[in-house]
Design a protein around this ligand. Structure first.
Ligand code: FYN
Ligand code: ADP
Length: 577
């Protein structure tokens, strides 16, 4: 046999990994080349995969995670060993916390040397470090096990409660070769990776009974409901029962925010007043004040408000995490909501509608808040503030409902959430469960790659700094991303002073009058310096129309903004002054 024919009948670890991913319908990879995965990234591209290379692994990881949220397929992030792996870990942990399916595939150093701590290049026991931060972690030591490793990683990422998975591939596995035919047979096409989970009929009945007896029912939609892609079933449930609903941040748009049953503009009224609350893909964590305390009408921070809860969730362990759940319904949201709809349908016209008093009171509160908001948005102060700038963004999203909206910051996040209405499911992606800063450009890249739609990223100037170098990535791949940096010269605002009178500026203050737009111009994109709502409007409209990478430095009043936005109460308070 010539060497050439021999090579044709052999597959190495790189071939097997690429083939295993392709066999399972994975077409896009996010990552950063280097030892030992450089050849993998090249050969994946040669094999027809889309390989998106980033400037920092955390951003590649965030891209993979949000790709998973958008598509229900695990997003893949490729990193080099030790430092690159560590850079990817924040994204892996964040994916797990947010229930986004992703797989971090890292090259690693030689096991024998690592385990004896003999000082290998980038030596680190990566598997042990990743394990507590993800849903599952696997290592493949032989090329013939790559198929199984990938299959296990895919199942772990997307089945049940989705999450982050770590797959460790020591460098020498990439170079191991085996007979090509045996290699092909070793690969697994995962059948039914996220099996439906049908709820128990008695659990459905229990929930229906509680719901039917409610006088002031409320539905809370979380990002699990958005992830589940059961949009029609959820909308039918809400419209058939006429129950008001509250969307959590990333569930905005699951039904249009302008829907008459949305109680978003009456949030602080409905939470304490509701008597039965049905959570659909939302956890009673800090974002919902743990289901108790004053937000829920309790007399103090720890007290139960008296509500009964129904919780629809795929994780059987979620119920009772904070307060008692009277009717847990465990299964996938599509199956659970369909089962509830069957029960409601069977009751025919006998299904009780919420009381007119309850709906009337919500409507009254909503009208008041909406009118108050309209008044604030109509103002046109100089310099611009968050409201006058967001009034523009609100119109643009309304005119472009297919556009993806990325959002991070403190005030830039909180004001955008309540001012900018969303009209379609899974279009709003943000800081999620951890309130993490730094997701911006990674999310924006993946949103453009996965959806093909224009992406608008509304960024606080501080938040943008965490991933700002990826504007080069946006330009390199010519992605239709328009980044709007709300520049108020600092973290929260730009007016703090150094109390000691020393030469350094205060810890929360940045360079005044910074020109973030120049950063985009440096890589061939469009940079715009906008100081009025009219300039901002023109620039964003042009960016959406042209699909050119654009960064708009939107100058916001440096006195605008409050410490930590709407979560100021989480700042530790000391009795000592
Ligand atoms: C909402 N609201 C509206 C509308 N939508 N008014 C008029 N029109 C519309 N369309 C009102 C709503 O009723 C609230 O007023 C207020 O606007 C804010 O609404 P929101 O954002 O839904 O409610 P709130 O209280 O901020 O929600 C709590 C929260 C949220 C914890 C879920 O703050 C959140 O998601 N925070 C994430 C913060 C984060 O992660 N930050 C990053 C770290 S920053 P009232 O009903 O009058 O209260 C580090 O420093
Ligand atoms: P939010 O922050 O929007 O309130 P969370 O991340 O707290 O949302 O909650 C999402 C919940 O959705 C998690 O408890 C998760 O187990 C659940 N979940 C995710 N996907 C599904 C699904 N397909 N079916 C049912 N529950 C799901």
């Amino acid at each position: 046999m010539t060497t050439e024919t021999q090579a044709q009948t052999l597959s190495d670890g790189v071939d097997l990994l690429i083939d295993a991913l392709k066999l399972n319908g994975i077409t896009n990879l996010y990552g950063l080349p280097g030892i030992p995965i450089t050849d993998l990234t090249r050969r994946a591209q040669a094999a027809g995969m889309r390989m998106i290379s980033f400037r920092h692994e955390q951003n590649a990881g965030n891209a993979a995670a949000i790709a998973g949220f958008m598509t229900q397929k695990p997003g893949i992030c490729l990193t080099v060993s030790a430092p690159g792996f560590l850079n990817g870990l924040t994204a892996l942990a964040n994916a797990t916390t947010n229930c986004f399916p992703m797989i971090l595939v890292s090259g690693s150093s030689e096991r024998e040397v690592v385990d004896l701590q003999q000082g290998d290049y980038e030596e680190m026991d990566q598997l042990a470090i990743a394990r507590p931060l993800c849903k599952a972690a696997f290592r493949v030591l032989h090329a013939e096990d790559i198929g199984v490793g990938v299959a296990r990683a895919i199942r772990a990422a997307v089945s049940g409660r989705p999450g982050g998975v770590y797959l460790d591939l020591p460098a020498k596995v990439f170079a191991q070769s085996m007979d090509a035919e045996a290699g092909r047979k070793s690969l697994i096409k995962v059948v039914d990776p996220a099996p439906r989970q049908i709820p128990a009929p008695d659990a459905v009945q229990r929930a229906l009974k509680l719901l039917a007896g409610a006088k002031r029912p409320l539905i809370v939609l979380g990002k699990g409901a958005a992830y589940a892609q059961a949009d029609t079933e959820i909308r039918t449930l809400i419209e058939k029962t006429q129950i008001p609903y509250l969307p959590m941040s990333m569930a905005k748009g699951l039904l249009p925010d302008t829907h008459e049953q949305s109680a978003a503009a009456a949030r602080s009224f409905v939470l304490p007043e509701a008597d039965v609350v049905m959570l659909i893909g939302a956890r009673l964590n800090w974002l919902l004040s743990h289901g108790k305390g004053k937000t829920w009408g309790g007399k103090d921070a720890k007290a139960w408000g008296g509500q009964k809860f129904i919780q629809i969730d795929i994780s059987p362990q979620e119920a009772d995490s904070n307060v008692p759940i009277d009717a847990p319904v465990i299964g996938d949201i599509g199956s659970c909501v369909s089962a509830l709809l069957d029960g409601i349908g069977a009751a025919g016209s006998g299904w009780p509608q919420p009381s007119a008093d309850w709906l009337g009171a919500i409507s009254e509160r909503k009208s008041k808040n909406v009118a108050k908001m309209a008044e604030t948005l109509a103002k046109n102060p100089t310099p611009m503030n968050f409201h006058s700038a967001l009034n523009v963004m609100r119109d643009i999203i309304k005119a472009n409902p297919e556009a993806m909206l990325v959002n991070e910051g403190a005030n830039a996040l909180d004001f955008t959430r309540s001012i900018v209405d969303m009209y379609k499911p899974r279009k709003r992606i943000d800081v999620g469960t951890w309130g993490v800063m730094g997701i911006g450009m990674g999310f924006a890249v993946a949103a453009a790659v996965e959806s093909g739609q224009p992406v608008i990223a509304i960024e606080g100037d501080s938040a943008f700094g965490f991933s700002g170098m990826e504007v080069e990535t946006i330009c390199r791949y010519k992605l239709p991303v328009c980044v709007v940096v709300f520049n108020n010269n600092g973290v929260y605002k730009g007016t703090d002073v150094n109390p000691s009178g020393g030469p350094d500026v205060a810890p929360t203050v940045f360079v005044k009058g910074a020109r973030y737009d120049k950063l985009m111009e440096a890589f061939g994109g469009v940079g715009v310096h906008a100081t009025t709502p009219a300039e901002l409007r023109k620039a964003v409209e042009e960016a959406v129309r042209s699909r050119q990478p654009t960064l708009i430095n939107a100058v916001i009043d440096e006195t605008a903004g409050t410490e930590s936005g709407r979560i100021t109460s989480l700042n530790p308070k000391s009795a000592k002054k």
